[in-house]
Design a protein around this ligand. Structure first.
Ligand code: PHE
Ligand code: ZN
Length: 853
């Protein structure tokens, strides 16, 4: 499939070009002789001609490998070796391929393949990292069992599957489940384990371990509980049991992504598994629980059933994100989780879907697959599954999933296989639904209403704007959940799912005496942008009375946006109706604190910028920032009488428990403290910082003080307290940039890159500073271009070391066409400067080229 790429023009791979590999792999045996700079990898692979393929080519991927020797059936061979792999004459009958290669884990700063992190060996193979370990058909549709022997003097030496023999200087592992190479993993180092056990519902006893560097063993208990909850949940909800004798999780500090679902040996970015009340916030705890679940759920949706090729990535990722969201909803609060996910989707996926990087949930072409681990594949991929479930109903959904697991266990599948399972089990024709997988862009949904003779009619129109390479869009199937309320707040139509399939479509409801008030897109039933002319009065009514928590919250969000936009465009004052609505909501102690905190969370400045751009107004980041500040200040003043009481009422005393209830209270408390700090000169925040007994409140106190530019002493104290804790120091780095006044943000970020504890090689630390800069909307978009320049400088420096993380961070520039000509010129110049960098990686080159286009 992948041939040597010509050195200038990077090769593009297409979904339509898929052909199966000419050989099947029956067995893989690997021996690793570990050495930091010269690890030897011996492979012994049993190949047989694939009877389904007539035109067979024996090509094995391999990159940055030193080939020592190669044999076929014991006889030396001299393969034709290039930068990307090797080809070789092979027999027409089954044969054994053996090769020995040498690799240099210590020099591997890309963190792909076998690399070292703090003296520990670890691997990352998804998507195409295994080819940096040995020569192999590195494609997900080639599946095999693996036997691994690790030789070295490391205390702990782990690989996939079940442990085999071990002794002085070696350890063996056998993975009985056929898997693609991207699920291979190896870890070796001086590690300590936090052990536990789990009995599956059919009575299988499983050994569980979380492996960490010495010193981190006190931060494993929460992750372990999350793992056991995930195992139980997957049995109860999806009927899926674990299938090996051991399940190992390892925490590593240097990792490009969140975590990786390697079979039986999940590897985690330490920030996504290590937790303690003193060092982790509520948000960290929730995220860790979700990621542990996500990786564990991959054991069935990803590992037992995998992807035929990387174009099908959403087959495992969309489904697994959907499953982890269901899990979090069950463990915590379903409405809160839904609102959080919509905020995320709008912050990360909508900009992608509405800019130069837009691509379908199932992309059809790529140069570098690492660039397609996107919010579209993951989060929109999950939304698509949510819509499917809403359309077929819960029972039919689980029936279809049973069929999926039964029919496809052990296979490498496509989106067609997935859809077919739903068609076969429900009898529905899902041809039109597949547009969600093939057509990029966020549909715009508009709605008109009419009321006549007791009949209430909603008329919807859908339109998806063109995206790169896709001018024409067909109508999609859109499940629109609606409810109707009377003007006194009674629900006259409980949530009903309307199935829209046409470009324009009406739905009528009969038998009303008075005109009802509609609540549309309940639970955010489809990933669309809904526009509806609605009065502030009606929105305030829904904010007060809607029975669906999502649309209730959304009504507040719409009010907030409208008010902010009026402030920016017309210089209006904060909308007094909205201020009043907020005040009464915040003071309403009967309402869930977590919900109140979400209603108080202002729309992001980037969201306002997009809303303005959608109305044809060029967003001015400084004006948007000023409006946000004015609004918050006005709200704080208008609530000033109640803030001290509210602050006291939301304090959680006693020992810290990272559950949803406490987290909700602390979230509200943090919001209140933010407002209070605006009027009390930082008194409450200072006190809270001094008495904090957990990171959530310590962190929020420091954030408030830094924002008020009254936190120098506390920042110094925080540094001294936590300088030896890498994860807490990431917070310290990030907070200073996130809270910086816009005109100071680039300079603060710049000086942090010169701090002794800053290192460009650690993705977490790099993201802490540069990610925070990109998120500080008005700071990043300083008119003098200093934010752009700093990010570009850093990306140019990082690219030769770590292309994957560099390329991902380029997306900070994806919204550039929203802004004025001056800013556009400056961004274009930076993008061109990056693109012109000599030796630029394929990853970054692809991203920058697409953004510039
Ligand atoms: N497959 C991982 C997940 O979603 C993400 C990942 C992709 C990690 C590529 C590393 C490299 O769980
Ligand atoms: Zn995943």
């Amino acid at each position: 499939m992948k041939d040597a790429a010509p050195s200038t023009q990077p090769e593009t791979f297409y979904l339509k070009d898929y052909t199966p590999f000419g050989y099947v792999v029956e067995r893989v045996e690997l021996v690793f002789r570990l050495s930091p700079e010269a690890t030897r990898v011996l492979s012994k692979i049993r190949f047989a001609p694939n009877p389904d393929v007539s035109d067979r080519e024996f090509f094995l991927h391999g990159e940055k490998l030193k080939l020592i020797s190669a044999q076929i059936d014991g006889a030396e061979v001299a393969p034709n070796v290039t930068d990307t792999g090797l080809s070789c004459e092979v027999p027409d009958t089954p044969f054994t391929w053996e090769a020995e290669v040498e690799i240099n884990p210590k020099a591997n700063t890309a963190l792909e393949g076998l690399y070292m992190s703090n003296g520990m060996y670890c691997t990352q193979c998804e998507a195409e990292g295994f080819r940096k370990i040995t020569y192999y058909p590195d494609r997900p549709d080639v599946m095999s069992t693996f036997n691994v022997r690790i030789e070295g003097d490391e205390k702990v030496m782990l690989s996939n599957g079940n442990p085999g023999e071990s002794g002085e200087g070696f350890a063996e592992w056998h993975d009985p489940w056929p898997k693609p190479a991207y699920l291979f993993a190896l870890v070796a180092g001086d590690l300590l384990n936090h052990p536990d056990r789990f009995t599956t519902r059919s009575g299988k006893d499983v050994e569980l371990n979380i492996w960490v560097r010495p010193g981190d063993e006190g931060k494993c208990a929460f992750g372990m509980e999350a793992l056991k909850k995930s195992m139980t949940w997957d049995e109860e909800v999806y009927g899926r049991e674990y299938d090996l004798d051991v399940f190992n999780i390892v925490a590593v500090d240097d990792f490009n992504m969140g975590a990786m679902e390697n079979k039986g040996l999940n590897i985690f970015n330490s920030s996504c598994v290590l937790a303690s009340p003193e060092t982790s916030t509520d948000a960290n705890f929730e995220r860790i629980e979700a990621i542990i679940a996500h990786e564990y759920f991959h054991n069935w949706t990803g590992n037992r059933i995998t992807c035929r090729d990387w174009f099908q990535l959403c087959l495992k990722e969309g489904l697994t994100v959907y499953r982890d969201a269901q899990f979090t909803a069950d463990m915590r609060s379903a409405p809160v989780k839904r609102i959080e996910d919509v905020i995320e989707l709008r912050a990360r996926q909508f900009p992608e879907d509405n800019g130069p990087l837009a691509h379908p949930v199932r992309p059809e072409a790529f140069q570098e697959i690492n660039n397609f681990y996107t919010a579209t594949v993951y989060e929109k991929g999950a939304e698509v599954i949510g819509m499917l479930k809403r359309l077929v109903g819960d029972e039919a959904y689980y029936k279809a999933l049973d069929l999926y697991f039964n029919r496809h266990d052990g296979q490498a599948c496509t989106i067609e296989d997935w859809i077919k399972v739903f068609e076969d089990s429900t009898g529905r024709d899902l041809a039109q639904f597949k547009n969600w997988y093939s057509q990029a862009g966020t549909p715009r949904l508009s709605v008109d209403e009419s009321f006549e003779d007791g009949t209430y009619t909603l008329t919807f129109r859908q339109k998806t704007p063109p995206t790169p390479g896709q001018d024409h869009k067909d109508p999609k199937v859109i499940p629109i959940a609606v409810g109707l309320l009377t003007p006194t707040g009674d629900e006259v139509l409980p949530t009903t799912v309307l199935e829209m399939t046409e470009a324009e479509q009406s739905f009528s409801f009969e038998g009303f005496k008075t005109r009802p008030i509609p609540s549309i897109l309940r639970d955010f039933s489809a990933p669309v942008i809904l526009t509806r002319d609605s009065s502030a009065k009606e929105r305030a009514f829904l904010l007060a009375h809607d029975t669906d928590p999502f649309t209730r919250w959304e009504a507040g969000r719409e009010l907030a946006k409208a008010s902010r936009i009026a402030m920016v465009i017309d210089g209006a004052s904060p909308d007094s109706n909205y201020l009043e609505a907020l005040q009464s909501l915040v003071r309403d102690d009967h309402l869930d604190p977590a919900f109140r905190a979400l209603v108080l969370a202002p729309p992001t400045e980037s969201e306002i910028a997009q809303a303005l751009a959608d109305q044809g107004v060029t967003p001015d980041p400084d004006a948007i920032h000023d409006a946000a500040e004015t609004f918050a200040q006005t709200l704080a003043q208008s609530l000033s009488d109640s803030l001290p009481r509210l602050f006291a009422a939301t304090l959680v005393d006693g020992a810290y428990v990272p559950d949803a209830k406490g987290a909700g209270l602390r979230a509200l408390n943090g919001r209140i403290l933010g407002l209070l700090t605006r009027i009390d000169g930082g008194e409450a925040a200072t006190k809270q910082f001094e008495t904090a007994n957990n990171m959530t409140v310590q962190n929020s106190a420091l954030a408030c003080l830094l924002k008020a530019e009254k936190g120098d002493a506390q920042s110094q104290a925080f540094f001294e307290q936590w300088q030896d804790d890498r994860l807490v120091m990431d917070k310290w780095f990030g907070l200073q940039v996130a809270t910086a006044r816009p005109e100071r943000a680039p300079a603060i970020a710049q000086s942090l890159t010169e701090h002794p504890l800053f290192t460009i090689k650690n993705p977490n630390r790099f993201r802490a500073v540069m990610g925070a800069l990109a998120m500080n909307h008005a700071g990043f978009h300083q008119a003098d271009g200093s934010g752009y320049r700093l990010l570009a400088d850093q990306l140019i420096a990082l690219d030769p070391l770590n292309p994957q993380t560099t390329a991902r961070m380029c997306s900070a520039f994806q919204t550039w066409k929203r802004y004025d000509a001056g800013r556009q010129d400056k961004i274009r110049a930076e993008l061109k400067r990056i693109k012109a960098t000599e030796g630029l990686s394929r990853d970054t080159n692809e991203m920058v080229s697409r953004i510039l286009d």
